[in-house]
Design a protein around this ligand. Structure first.
Ligand SMILES: Cc1cc2nc3c(=O)[nH]c(=O)nc-3n(C[C@H](O)[C@H](O)[C@H](O)COP(=O)(O)O)c2cc1C
Length: 192
């Protein structure tokens, strides 16, 4: 087995982040265990992303209601979980232990097993309840990583912006995955 990553795609805007995360993971030879929430399927339609195309790339696809799936158990080993994009609803469920669907359950298990959980939380503006939730997640060990673009990289397209965020998020998984992904990322060399 090479790498194994659990990918959750939830109903926030930015479905392209989920799609590109899946593509890069497959490019680097990772086994991807995919869970797409019911609302993500609606948001995909709105944002012009084909659910079938996304699911076709995954190694295994789970229904969000399938709480008996392998990824809901800590005995299922993986190299980490990413939720891209992550809605505030799913972020809140994870923060407060409401594990009533497979995405929040798999995320909860990822944290309890001391593995990496990367959350591309997408909402703006944020009220103080959102901010408290994100602090709670950070204190629990999750990497809270809103997909906020950088411009010092001089992106020329939306694809460039998405690519940079996705690669930075994948690098947060650490270990061998980080090494491979960092080769695709240009390092900041400092000011001339
Ligand atoms: C087109 C569309 C865009 C949305 N964008 C966001 C968003 O950016 N952030 C967010 O937290 N929720 C957003 N939502 C609302 C979530 O989809 C909603 O809260 C849903 O209950 C999330 O459920 P899930 O986390 O199980 O996917 C959006 C919904 C739709 C239909």
């Amino acid at each position: 087995m090479n790498f194994r990553v659990v990918l959750g795609i939830t109903g926030a805007s930015g479905q392209v982040y989920g799609l590109r995360t899946l593509q890069v993971l497959r490019e680097i030879g990772a086994e991807v265990h995919l869970i797409v929430s019911r609302t993500a399927k609606t948001t995909m339609k709105v944002e012009g992303i084909e659910l079938k195309e996304v699911e076709r790339m995954a190694s295994k696809v789970y229904d969000e209601k399938d709480l008996g799936a392998s990824v809901s158990s800590g005995s299922f080993y993986h190299n980490g979980m990413i939720i891209a994009p992550c809605s505030m609803k799913t972020a809140s469920s994870i923060a407060y232990g409401i594990t009533n669907n497979l995405i929040s359950r798999a995320a909860d298990v990822t944290l309890k097993e001391g593995r990496k959980l990367i959350l591309l939380v997408r909402e703006t503006p944020l009220h103080s309840g959102h901010l408290r939730t994100l602090l709670t997640l950070s204190e629990m060990g999750a990497v809270v990583m809103p997909p906020v673009p950088a411009f010092y990289t001089r992106p020329k397209s939306v694809e460039d912006i998405v690519e940079y965020t996705v690669l930075r998020a994948l690098a947060m998984l650490g270990g061998e995955i980080e090494k491979i992904v960092r080769e695709k990322l240009e390092e900041w060399k400092g000011l001339e």
